[in-house]
Design a protein around this ligand. Structure first.
Ligand code: GLN
Length: 539
Protein backbone atom coordinates (compact mmCIF):
# COMPACT_ATOMS: atom_id res chain seq x y z
CA UNK A 1 0.00 0.00 0.00
CA UNK A 2 1.36 3.46 -0.93
CA UNK A 3 1.96 4.95 2.54
CA UNK A 4 2.90 1.62 4.08
CA UNK A 5 1.12 2.07 7.39
CA UNK A 6 -1.28 -0.57 8.59
CA UNK A 7 -4.89 0.60 8.79
CA UNK A 8 -7.03 -0.58 11.69
CA UNK A 9 -10.75 -1.17 11.30
CA UNK A 10 -12.83 -1.80 14.42
CA UNK A 11 -16.20 -3.50 14.25
CA UNK A 12 -18.55 -3.10 17.20
CA UNK A 13 -22.11 -4.34 17.57
CA UNK A 14 -25.22 -2.77 19.06
CA UNK A 15 -28.89 -3.39 19.87
CA UNK A 16 -28.66 -7.19 20.08
CA UNK A 17 -26.11 -9.96 19.84
CA UNK A 18 -26.04 -12.43 16.92
CA UNK A 19 -26.21 -9.77 14.20
CA UNK A 20 -23.31 -11.37 12.38
CA UNK A 21 -20.32 -9.14 13.03
CA UNK A 22 -18.06 -12.04 12.10
CA UNK A 23 -19.64 -12.38 8.66
CA UNK A 24 -19.48 -8.62 8.05
CA UNK A 25 -15.81 -8.60 9.12
CA UNK A 26 -15.07 -11.59 6.87
CA UNK A 27 -16.98 -10.03 3.94
CA UNK A 28 -15.16 -6.70 4.21
CA UNK A 29 -11.87 -8.59 4.54
CA UNK A 30 -12.66 -10.58 1.41
CA UNK A 31 -13.49 -7.44 -0.62
CA UNK A 32 -10.28 -5.72 0.47
CA UNK A 33 -8.21 -8.83 -0.24
CA UNK A 34 -9.73 -9.11 -3.72
CA UNK A 35 -8.63 -5.53 -4.36
CA UNK A 36 -5.07 -6.69 -3.75
CA UNK A 37 -4.54 -5.68 -0.11
CA UNK A 38 -3.21 -7.95 2.63
CA UNK A 39 -5.78 -8.36 5.37
CA UNK A 40 -6.15 -10.15 8.66
CA UNK A 41 -9.10 -10.32 11.02
CA UNK A 42 -8.96 -10.53 14.78
CA UNK A 43 -11.64 -11.28 17.36
CA UNK A 44 -11.65 -9.88 20.89
CA UNK A 45 -13.87 -11.86 23.25
CA UNK A 46 -15.01 -10.29 26.50
CA UNK A 47 -15.23 -13.45 28.63
CA UNK A 48 -12.86 -14.56 31.35
CA UNK A 49 -11.94 -17.99 30.00
CA UNK A 50 -8.39 -17.91 28.65
CA UNK A 51 -9.77 -19.45 25.45
CA UNK A 52 -12.94 -21.33 24.45
CA UNK A 53 -11.08 -24.67 24.62
CA UNK A 54 -12.52 -25.50 28.02
CA UNK A 55 -16.10 -24.54 27.12
CA UNK A 56 -18.91 -26.93 26.37
CA UNK A 57 -20.04 -26.56 22.72
CA UNK A 58 -23.54 -25.78 24.03
CA UNK A 59 -22.08 -22.60 25.54
CA UNK A 60 -20.13 -21.36 22.64
CA UNK A 61 -20.54 -23.51 19.55
CA UNK A 62 -17.55 -25.16 17.96
CA UNK A 63 -14.03 -24.51 19.17
CA UNK A 64 -11.98 -23.65 16.09
CA UNK A 65 -8.31 -24.65 15.97
CA UNK A 66 -5.61 -22.72 14.09
CA UNK A 67 -2.40 -24.03 12.48
CA UNK A 68 -0.36 -22.95 15.51
CA UNK A 69 -2.69 -24.82 17.86
CA UNK A 70 -4.77 -22.00 19.31
CA UNK A 71 -8.26 -23.01 20.47
CA UNK A 72 -10.39 -20.12 19.28
CA UNK A 73 -13.80 -18.64 18.61
CA UNK A 74 -15.71 -20.07 15.66
CA UNK A 75 -15.66 -16.69 13.91
CA UNK A 76 -12.02 -17.39 13.05
CA UNK A 77 -13.34 -20.26 10.95
CA UNK A 78 -15.41 -17.77 8.94
CA UNK A 79 -12.37 -15.55 8.48
CA UNK A 80 -10.32 -18.46 7.10
CA UNK A 81 -13.14 -19.82 4.95
CA UNK A 82 -13.86 -16.42 3.36
CA UNK A 83 -10.30 -15.14 2.98
CA UNK A 84 -8.43 -18.41 2.44
CA UNK A 85 -5.78 -17.01 4.85
CA UNK A 86 -4.63 -18.79 7.96
CA UNK A 87 -5.09 -17.17 11.36
CA UNK A 88 -3.10 -17.73 14.56
CA UNK A 89 -3.12 -17.36 18.33
CA UNK A 90 -2.79 -13.60 17.90
CA UNK A 91 -6.12 -13.44 16.05
CA UNK A 92 -8.24 -14.31 19.09
CA UNK A 93 -7.84 -12.57 22.42
CA UNK A 94 -10.05 -12.95 25.49
CA UNK A 95 -10.41 -10.91 28.65
CA UNK A 96 -8.98 -13.92 30.52
CA UNK A 97 -5.82 -13.83 28.45
CA UNK A 98 -5.46 -10.06 28.85
CA UNK A 99 -5.76 -10.24 32.63
CA UNK A 100 -3.49 -13.29 32.81
CA UNK A 101 -0.73 -11.40 30.98
CA UNK A 102 -1.11 -8.30 33.14
CA UNK A 103 -1.22 -10.27 36.40
CA UNK A 104 1.81 -12.35 35.42
CA UNK A 105 3.71 -9.14 34.68
CA UNK A 106 2.66 -7.72 38.03
CA UNK A 107 3.90 -10.86 39.85
CA UNK A 108 7.11 -10.55 37.92
CA UNK A 109 7.62 -7.02 39.21
CA UNK A 110 7.52 -5.55 35.70
CA UNK A 111 5.35 -2.59 36.72
CA UNK A 112 7.93 -1.29 39.20
CA UNK A 113 5.62 -0.76 42.14
CA UNK A 114 2.77 0.91 40.28
CA UNK A 115 -0.91 0.36 41.14
CA UNK A 116 -2.31 -1.86 38.40
CA UNK A 117 -5.61 -0.58 36.99
CA UNK A 118 -8.04 -1.24 34.16
CA UNK A 119 -6.94 2.07 32.65
CA UNK A 120 -4.11 2.15 31.64
CA UNK A 121 -2.79 -1.37 32.25
CA UNK A 122 -5.63 -3.53 30.92
CA UNK A 123 -6.41 -1.13 28.07
CA UNK A 124 -2.70 -0.92 27.15
CA UNK A 125 -2.52 -4.71 26.95
CA UNK A 126 -5.62 -4.74 24.72
CA UNK A 127 -4.05 -2.10 22.48
CA UNK A 128 -0.79 -4.04 22.31
CA UNK A 129 -2.68 -7.17 21.22
CA UNK A 130 -4.50 -5.24 18.50
CA UNK A 131 -1.40 -3.53 17.12
CA UNK A 132 0.81 -6.60 17.28
CA UNK A 133 -0.70 -8.04 14.09
CA UNK A 134 0.02 -4.87 12.11
CA UNK A 135 3.50 -4.44 13.55
CA UNK A 136 4.84 -7.96 13.24
CA UNK A 137 3.19 -9.15 10.07
CA UNK A 138 2.87 -5.93 8.07
CA UNK A 139 -0.73 -6.27 6.98
CA UNK A 140 -2.36 -3.43 5.02
CA UNK A 141 -5.49 -3.92 7.12
CA UNK A 142 -6.15 -5.35 10.54
CA UNK A 143 -9.88 -5.75 11.09
CA UNK A 144 -10.72 -6.17 14.77
CA UNK A 145 -14.12 -7.49 15.75
CA UNK A 146 -15.14 -6.64 19.31
CA UNK A 147 -17.32 -9.42 20.72
CA UNK A 148 -20.46 -8.62 22.69
CA UNK A 149 -22.77 -5.62 22.43
CA UNK A 150 -21.94 -2.00 23.29
CA UNK A 151 -23.19 -1.12 26.73
CA UNK A 152 -22.18 -4.48 28.24
CA UNK A 153 -20.09 -4.00 31.36
CA UNK A 154 -17.58 -6.58 30.23
CA UNK A 155 -16.97 -4.86 26.87
CA UNK A 156 -16.10 -1.48 28.38
CA UNK A 157 -12.30 -1.90 28.54
CA UNK A 158 -12.30 -2.94 24.86
CA UNK A 159 -14.42 0.04 23.84
CA UNK A 160 -12.08 2.34 25.78
CA UNK A 161 -9.06 0.75 24.06
CA UNK A 162 -10.73 1.35 20.67
CA UNK A 163 -11.42 4.97 21.62
CA UNK A 164 -7.77 5.49 22.52
CA UNK A 165 -6.50 3.80 19.36
CA UNK A 166 -8.88 5.82 17.19
CA UNK A 167 -7.42 8.94 18.75
CA UNK A 168 -3.77 7.80 18.53
CA UNK A 169 -3.93 6.44 15.01
CA UNK A 170 -5.98 9.38 13.67
CA UNK A 171 -6.57 8.78 9.96
CA UNK A 172 -5.24 5.22 10.09
CA UNK A 173 -8.26 3.83 11.97
CA UNK A 174 -12.00 3.75 11.65
CA UNK A 175 -14.95 2.30 13.45
CA UNK A 176 -17.83 0.38 11.89
CA UNK A 177 -20.88 -0.16 14.07
CA UNK A 178 -23.26 -3.01 13.24
CA UNK A 179 -26.84 -2.48 14.40
CA UNK A 180 -30.37 -3.70 13.85
CA UNK A 181 -33.24 -1.82 12.20
CA UNK A 182 -36.25 -3.80 13.43
CA UNK A 183 -39.47 -4.02 11.44
CA UNK A 184 -42.60 -3.47 13.51
CA UNK A 185 -45.25 -5.54 11.78
CA UNK A 186 -48.16 -3.81 13.56
CA UNK A 187 -46.98 -0.40 12.41
CA UNK A 188 -45.68 -1.72 9.09
CA UNK A 189 -42.50 0.29 9.63
CA UNK A 190 -38.76 -0.02 10.06
CA UNK A 191 -37.62 1.63 13.27
CA UNK A 192 -34.38 3.56 13.68
CA UNK A 193 -34.61 4.42 17.36
CA UNK A 194 -32.69 1.38 18.72
CA UNK A 195 -29.85 2.29 16.35
CA UNK A 196 -29.91 5.90 17.51
CA UNK A 197 -29.67 4.72 21.12
CA UNK A 198 -26.91 2.29 20.33
CA UNK A 199 -24.84 5.03 18.67
CA UNK A 200 -25.51 7.29 21.70
CA UNK A 201 -24.12 4.54 23.93
CA UNK A 202 -20.99 4.43 21.81
CA UNK A 203 -20.74 8.22 21.91
CA UNK A 204 -20.90 8.14 25.70
CA UNK A 205 -17.72 6.09 25.51
CA UNK A 206 -16.17 8.63 23.19
CA UNK A 207 -16.54 6.78 19.90
CA UNK A 208 -18.30 8.28 16.92
CA UNK A 209 -18.79 5.43 14.43
CA UNK A 210 -17.64 6.26 10.90
CA UNK A 211 -19.85 3.70 9.18
CA UNK A 212 -23.10 2.03 10.22
CA UNK A 213 -23.97 -1.40 8.89
CA UNK A 214 -27.68 -1.92 9.45
CA UNK A 215 -29.14 -5.42 9.65
CA UNK A 216 -32.69 -5.42 8.34
CA UNK A 217 -35.38 -7.70 7.00
CA UNK A 218 -36.52 -5.07 4.49
CA UNK A 219 -34.78 -2.63 2.16
CA UNK A 220 -33.87 0.70 3.71
CA UNK A 221 -35.52 3.57 1.84
CA UNK A 222 -33.55 6.77 1.22
CA UNK A 223 -35.77 8.44 3.78
CA UNK A 224 -34.75 5.93 6.45
CA UNK A 225 -31.09 6.15 5.43
CA UNK A 226 -31.25 9.95 5.66
CA UNK A 227 -32.81 9.76 9.09
CA UNK A 228 -30.17 7.32 10.37
CA UNK A 229 -27.39 9.44 8.85
CA UNK A 230 -28.69 12.67 10.36
CA UNK A 231 -29.37 11.38 13.86
CA UNK A 232 -26.28 9.20 14.09
CA UNK A 233 -23.93 11.77 12.65
CA UNK A 234 -22.64 9.75 9.69
CA UNK A 235 -22.65 10.44 5.93
CA UNK A 236 -25.54 9.19 3.80
CA UNK A 237 -23.20 6.79 1.95
CA UNK A 238 -21.90 5.47 5.24
CA UNK A 239 -25.27 3.95 6.07
CA UNK A 240 -24.86 0.44 4.71
CA UNK A 241 -27.84 -1.86 4.38
CA UNK A 242 -27.28 -5.48 5.35
CA UNK A 243 -30.45 -7.28 4.41
CA UNK A 244 -31.05 -10.86 5.54
CA UNK A 245 -29.51 -13.17 2.93
CA UNK A 246 -30.19 -16.75 1.81
CA UNK A 247 -26.67 -17.76 2.73
CA UNK A 248 -23.74 -16.14 4.52
CA UNK A 249 -21.82 -16.46 1.26
CA UNK A 250 -24.11 -13.81 -0.33
CA UNK A 251 -22.96 -11.19 2.15
CA UNK A 252 -19.65 -10.14 0.50
CA UNK A 253 -21.51 -9.37 -2.74
CA UNK A 254 -24.28 -7.52 -0.90
CA UNK A 255 -21.63 -5.45 0.90
CA UNK A 256 -19.91 -4.74 -2.42
CA UNK A 257 -23.22 -3.57 -3.89
CA UNK A 258 -23.72 -1.27 -0.93
CA UNK A 259 -20.17 0.06 -1.41
CA UNK A 260 -18.84 -0.88 2.04
CA UNK A 261 -15.27 -1.41 0.80
CA UNK A 262 -15.40 1.86 -1.19
CA UNK A 263 -16.50 3.91 1.81
CA UNK A 264 -13.83 2.29 3.99
CA UNK A 265 -11.09 3.12 1.46
CA UNK A 266 -12.34 6.67 0.97
CA UNK A 267 -12.46 7.31 4.71
CA UNK A 268 -8.93 5.97 5.13
CA UNK A 269 -7.68 8.02 2.14
CA UNK A 270 -6.55 5.03 0.15
CA UNK A 271 -6.49 5.06 -3.63
CA UNK A 272 -7.70 1.83 -5.16
CA UNK A 273 -9.08 1.95 -8.65
CA UNK A 274 -9.36 -1.79 -9.01
CA UNK A 275 -12.81 -3.03 -7.96
CA UNK A 276 -12.81 -6.43 -6.28
CA UNK A 277 -13.50 -8.84 -9.15
CA UNK A 278 -15.13 -11.60 -7.04
CA UNK A 279 -15.21 -13.76 -10.17
CA UNK A 280 -14.51 -17.06 -8.44
CA UNK A 281 -16.80 -16.19 -5.57
CA UNK A 282 -19.67 -15.52 -7.98
CA UNK A 283 -19.01 -18.83 -9.70
CA UNK A 284 -19.13 -20.57 -6.33
CA UNK A 285 -22.47 -18.89 -5.52
CA UNK A 286 -23.92 -19.82 -8.91
CA UNK A 287 -23.07 -23.46 -8.29
CA UNK A 288 -24.33 -23.27 -4.71
CA UNK A 289 -27.70 -21.97 -5.88
CA UNK A 290 -28.14 -24.27 -8.84
CA UNK A 291 -27.20 -27.81 -7.77
CA UNK A 292 -27.61 -30.67 -10.22
CA UNK A 293 -28.49 -33.22 -7.57
CA UNK A 294 -29.07 -33.72 -3.86
CA UNK A 295 -27.52 -36.22 -1.48
CA UNK A 296 -28.49 -37.15 2.06
CA UNK A 297 -25.61 -37.06 4.54
CA UNK A 298 -26.02 -38.10 8.18
CA UNK A 299 -24.10 -36.15 10.80
CA UNK A 300 -24.03 -38.12 14.04
CA UNK A 301 -23.02 -36.21 17.14
CA UNK A 302 -24.11 -35.46 20.65
CA UNK A 303 -24.37 -31.67 20.50
CA UNK A 304 -26.67 -31.53 17.50
CA UNK A 305 -29.30 -29.32 19.20
CA UNK A 306 -26.83 -26.49 18.57
CA UNK A 307 -25.79 -26.66 14.93
CA UNK A 308 -22.93 -24.22 15.58
CA UNK A 309 -21.19 -27.05 17.45
CA UNK A 310 -20.33 -28.57 14.06
CA UNK A 311 -19.96 -25.35 12.07
CA UNK A 312 -16.73 -26.22 10.26
CA UNK A 313 -18.03 -29.68 9.31
CA UNK A 314 -21.28 -28.36 7.86
CA UNK A 315 -19.41 -25.62 5.96
CA UNK A 316 -16.90 -28.15 4.62
CA UNK A 317 -19.78 -30.28 3.33
CA UNK A 318 -21.25 -27.21 1.68
CA UNK A 319 -17.92 -26.27 0.03
CA UNK A 320 -17.28 -29.77 -1.33
CA UNK A 321 -20.91 -30.31 -2.29
CA UNK A 322 -20.93 -27.04 -4.22
CA UNK A 323 -17.70 -27.91 -5.98
CA UNK A 324 -19.42 -31.09 -7.18
CA UNK A 325 -22.62 -29.19 -8.06
CA UNK A 326 -24.46 -31.16 -5.44
CA UNK A 327 -26.69 -30.02 -2.61
CA UNK A 328 -25.82 -31.75 0.64
CA UNK A 329 -28.83 -32.28 2.85
CA UNK A 330 -27.49 -32.72 6.36
CA UNK A 331 -29.54 -35.14 8.49
CA UNK A 332 -28.65 -34.22 12.07
CA UNK A 333 -28.78 -37.40 14.14
CA UNK A 334 -28.47 -37.56 17.89
CA UNK A 335 -26.00 -40.31 18.83
CA UNK A 336 -27.94 -41.13 22.00
CA UNK A 337 -31.06 -41.92 20.00
CA UNK A 338 -29.55 -44.68 17.85
CA UNK A 339 -30.02 -48.30 18.94
CA UNK A 340 -29.92 -51.71 17.26
CA UNK A 341 -33.66 -51.62 16.62
CA UNK A 342 -33.91 -48.24 14.91
CA UNK A 343 -30.52 -48.00 13.21
CA UNK A 344 -31.78 -49.14 9.79
CA UNK A 345 -34.68 -46.72 9.91
CA UNK A 346 -32.41 -43.85 10.89
CA UNK A 347 -29.49 -44.53 8.54
CA UNK A 348 -30.75 -46.87 5.80
CA UNK A 349 -31.65 -44.12 3.31
CA UNK A 350 -28.51 -42.06 3.76
CA UNK A 351 -25.85 -41.77 1.04
CA UNK A 352 -23.00 -41.11 3.46
CA UNK A 353 -22.45 -40.67 7.19
CA UNK A 354 -20.06 -38.56 9.25
CA UNK A 355 -19.46 -39.47 12.87
CA UNK A 356 -18.44 -36.26 14.58
CA UNK A 357 -15.69 -35.33 17.04
CA UNK A 358 -16.51 -35.12 20.73
CA UNK A 359 -15.52 -35.78 24.30
CA UNK A 360 -16.74 -38.19 26.95
CA UNK A 361 -18.87 -41.32 26.75
CA UNK A 362 -22.35 -39.88 26.21
CA UNK A 363 -23.71 -41.26 22.93
CA UNK A 364 -20.81 -43.66 22.31
CA UNK A 365 -22.95 -46.82 22.17
CA UNK A 366 -25.26 -45.17 19.62
CA UNK A 367 -22.26 -44.25 17.49
CA UNK A 368 -20.96 -47.83 17.67
CA UNK A 369 -24.34 -49.21 16.53
CA UNK A 370 -24.36 -46.69 13.70
CA UNK A 371 -20.84 -47.49 12.54
CA UNK A 372 -21.51 -51.23 12.50
CA UNK A 373 -24.53 -50.67 10.27
CA UNK A 374 -22.60 -48.33 7.96
CA UNK A 375 -19.66 -50.75 7.73
CA UNK A 376 -21.82 -53.78 7.02
CA UNK A 377 -24.13 -51.98 4.60
CA UNK A 378 -21.31 -50.31 2.68
CA UNK A 379 -22.50 -46.74 3.19
CA UNK A 380 -19.67 -44.19 2.77
CA UNK A 381 -18.24 -43.41 6.20
CA UNK A 382 -16.15 -40.49 7.38
CA UNK A 383 -15.09 -40.62 11.03
CA UNK A 384 -13.52 -37.50 12.45
CA UNK A 385 -11.39 -37.65 15.61
CA UNK A 386 -13.72 -39.29 18.16
CA UNK A 387 -15.58 -40.61 15.09
CA UNK A 388 -12.41 -42.43 14.00
CA UNK A 389 -11.73 -43.68 17.53
CA UNK A 390 -15.27 -45.06 17.76
CA UNK A 391 -14.78 -46.85 14.43
CA UNK A 392 -11.71 -48.53 15.89
CA UNK A 393 -13.70 -49.68 18.93
CA UNK A 394 -16.56 -50.97 16.76
CA UNK A 395 -14.18 -52.99 14.55
CA UNK A 396 -12.42 -54.40 17.61
CA UNK A 397 -15.71 -55.49 19.14
CA UNK A 398 -17.52 -56.89 16.14
CA UNK A 399 -14.75 -58.07 13.80
CA UNK A 400 -11.80 -58.87 16.05
CA UNK A 401 -14.20 -60.04 18.77
CA UNK A 402 -11.96 -58.57 21.45
CA UNK A 403 -13.56 -58.61 24.89
CA UNK A 404 -14.07 -55.31 26.64
CA UNK A 405 -12.37 -53.24 23.98
CA UNK A 406 -12.66 -49.52 24.51
CA UNK A 407 -10.96 -46.15 24.73
CA UNK A 408 -9.54 -45.38 28.15
CA UNK A 409 -11.42 -42.10 27.86
CA UNK A 410 -14.66 -44.11 28.21
CA UNK A 411 -13.44 -46.90 30.49
CA UNK A 412 -10.21 -46.29 32.36
CA UNK A 413 -9.39 -49.89 33.21
CA UNK A 414 -10.77 -51.70 30.14
CA UNK A 415 -9.06 -54.97 29.20
CA UNK A 416 -8.25 -53.96 25.64
CA UNK A 417 -7.51 -50.24 25.37
CA UNK A 418 -7.36 -49.87 21.58
CA UNK A 419 -7.54 -46.11 22.07
CA UNK A 420 -5.34 -44.81 24.85
CA UNK A 421 -3.61 -41.72 26.17
CA UNK A 422 -0.19 -40.94 24.76
CA UNK A 423 2.61 -41.33 27.32
CA UNK A 424 3.21 -37.57 27.22
CA UNK A 425 -0.45 -36.95 28.17
CA UNK A 426 -0.52 -39.25 31.18
CA UNK A 427 0.74 -36.80 33.81
CA UNK A 428 -1.13 -33.76 32.56
CA UNK A 429 -3.62 -32.43 35.11
CA UNK A 430 -4.61 -29.04 33.67
CA UNK A 431 -7.44 -29.13 31.14
CA UNK A 432 -6.81 -25.87 29.26
CA UNK A 433 -4.58 -25.90 26.18
CA UNK A 434 -2.97 -29.25 26.97
CA UNK A 435 -4.28 -31.52 24.19
CA UNK A 436 -2.34 -32.42 21.03
CA UNK A 437 -3.20 -29.18 19.27
CA UNK A 438 -2.56 -27.63 15.88
CA UNK A 439 -0.80 -28.78 12.75
CA UNK A 440 1.12 -32.08 12.56
CA UNK A 441 2.69 -33.96 9.68
CA UNK A 442 1.16 -37.11 8.28
CA UNK A 443 2.57 -39.48 5.65
CA UNK A 444 0.11 -41.34 3.45
CA UNK A 445 0.37 -44.85 1.99
CA UNK A 446 0.27 -44.72 -1.79
CA UNK A 447 -2.46 -47.27 -2.18
CA UNK A 448 -5.23 -45.62 -0.20
CA UNK A 449 -8.37 -43.50 -0.39
CA UNK A 450 -6.45 -40.80 1.48
CA UNK A 451 -3.72 -40.68 -1.16
CA UNK A 452 -6.33 -40.69 -3.93
CA UNK A 453 -7.89 -37.65 -2.28
CA UNK A 454 -4.82 -35.56 -1.52
CA UNK A 455 -2.75 -36.73 -4.51
CA UNK A 456 0.40 -36.39 -2.45
CA UNK A 457 2.33 -38.29 0.15
CA UNK A 458 3.01 -35.68 2.81
CA UNK A 459 0.23 -33.63 4.33
CA UNK A 460 -0.33 -31.48 7.41
CA UNK A 461 -3.56 -31.43 9.37
CA UNK A 462 -4.80 -29.83 12.58
CA UNK A 463 -5.39 -31.77 15.77
CA UNK A 464 -7.36 -31.41 19.00
CA UNK A 465 -7.39 -34.55 21.14
CA UNK A 466 -5.64 -36.43 23.92
CA UNK A 467 -6.22 -40.06 22.94
CA UNK A 468 -4.56 -42.06 20.13
CA UNK A 469 -4.74 -45.41 18.39
CA UNK A 470 -2.82 -47.93 20.51
CA UNK A 471 -0.12 -49.42 18.26
CA UNK A 472 -0.10 -52.66 20.27
CA UNK A 473 -3.24 -53.62 18.31
CA UNK A 474 -2.19 -52.43 14.86
CA UNK A 475 -1.10 -55.80 13.46
CA UNK A 476 -4.32 -57.51 14.50
CA UNK A 477 -6.42 -54.74 12.97
CA UNK A 478 -4.48 -54.74 9.72
CA UNK A 479 -4.66 -58.50 9.26
CA UNK A 480 -8.44 -58.31 9.74
CA UNK A 481 -8.86 -55.56 7.13
CA UNK A 482 -8.66 -52.19 8.90
CA UNK A 483 -5.47 -50.52 7.69
CA UNK A 484 -3.51 -47.50 8.93
CA UNK A 485 -3.01 -45.43 5.77
CA UNK A 486 -1.69 -42.24 7.39
CA UNK A 487 1.07 -42.14 9.99
CA UNK A 488 2.83 -39.40 11.88
CA UNK A 489 6.36 -40.68 11.42
CA UNK A 490 7.95 -38.47 14.10
CA UNK A 491 5.83 -39.96 16.88
CA UNK A 492 4.72 -43.18 15.20
CA UNK A 493 1.04 -42.30 15.61
CA UNK A 494 -1.82 -43.61 13.49
CA UNK A 495 -3.52 -40.65 11.80
CA UNK A 496 -5.84 -42.36 9.30
CA UNK A 497 -7.57 -45.74 9.20
CA UNK A 498 -9.37 -47.26 6.23
CA UNK A 499 -11.19 -50.47 5.30
CA UNK A 500 -10.11 -51.10 1.70
CA UNK A 501 -12.86 -53.68 1.10
CA UNK A 502 -15.51 -51.01 1.79
CA UNK A 503 -16.51 -48.47 -0.93
CA UNK A 504 -15.38 -45.49 1.18
CA UNK A 505 -14.50 -45.94 4.83
CA UNK A 506 -12.05 -43.37 6.20
CA UNK A 507 -11.41 -42.37 9.80
CA UNK A 508 -9.06 -39.51 10.62
CA UNK A 509 -7.53 -38.65 13.99
CA UNK A 510 -7.21 -34.99 12.89
CA UNK A 511 -9.79 -32.34 11.98
CA UNK A 512 -9.86 -31.80 8.20
CA UNK A 513 -12.88 -29.50 8.57
CA UNK A 514 -10.72 -26.64 9.89
CA UNK A 515 -8.91 -26.36 6.58
CA UNK A 516 -11.77 -26.29 4.07
CA UNK A 517 -12.31 -22.86 2.47
CA UNK A 518 -14.50 -21.53 -0.34
CA UNK A 519 -11.44 -21.22 -2.57
CA UNK A 520 -10.07 -24.64 -1.53
CA UNK A 521 -12.60 -27.24 -0.44
CA UNK A 522 -10.93 -30.06 1.49
CA UNK A 523 -9.77 -33.08 -0.57
CA UNK A 524 -11.17 -35.67 1.89
CA UNK A 525 -14.58 -33.98 1.97
CA UNK A 526 -14.49 -33.78 -1.85
CA UNK A 527 -13.90 -37.52 -2.13
CA UNK A 528 -16.46 -38.31 0.54
CA UNK A 529 -19.06 -36.35 -1.44
CA UNK A 530 -18.12 -38.18 -4.65
CA UNK A 531 -18.43 -41.53 -2.88
CA UNK A 532 -21.84 -40.48 -1.50
CA UNK A 533 -22.99 -39.43 -4.98
CA UNK A 534 -22.00 -42.90 -6.25
CA UNK A 535 -23.89 -44.47 -3.35
CA UNK A 536 -27.00 -42.56 -4.40
CA UNK A 537 -26.67 -43.75 -8.00
CA UNK A 538 -26.33 -47.37 -6.89
CA UNK A 539 -29.26 -47.29 -4.47
N1 GLN B 1 -12.17 -37.23 23.07
C1 GLN B 1 -11.22 -37.66 22.09
C2 GLN B 1 -9.78 -37.34 22.49
O1 GLN B 1 -9.55 -36.50 23.32
C3 GLN B 1 -11.53 -37.08 20.72
C4 GLN B 1 -11.47 -35.59 20.65
C5 GLN B 1 -12.10 -35.02 19.42
O2 GLN B 1 -12.98 -35.65 18.82
N2 GLN B 1 -11.71 -33.81 19.05
O3 GLN B 1 -8.87 -37.93 22.00
Amino acid sequence: MENNTTKYIFITGGVTSSLGKGIIAASLGKLLKERGFSVTIQKLDPYINIDPGTMNPYEHGECYVTEDGAETDLDLGHYERFLNNTTSQANNVTTGRIYQTVINKERNGDYLGKTIQIIPHITDEIKRRIKILGETQEYDFVITEIGGTVGDIESLPYIEAVRQLNWELESDALCIHLTLIPFLAAAGELKTKPTQHSVKTLLESGIQPDILVCRTEHNLSNEIRNKIALFCNVGFNSVIESKDADTIYDVPLLMQKEGLDKVVLRKLNIQSNKEASMKDWKLFLEKLKDPKETIEIGLIGKYIELKDSYKSISESLLHSGTMNECKVNINWIHAEEINIKNVRKKLGKLNGVIVAPGFGDRGIEGKINAIRFIRENKIPFFGICLGMQTAVIEFGRNVLKLQDINSTEMKKDCENPAIDLMESQKNIKNKGGTMRLGSYKCTLSKNSKAFESYQKENINERHRHRFEFNNKYLERYESAGMIATGINIDNNLVEIIEIPSHPWYVGVQFHPEYKSTVAKPHPLFNQFILASISNKKEK
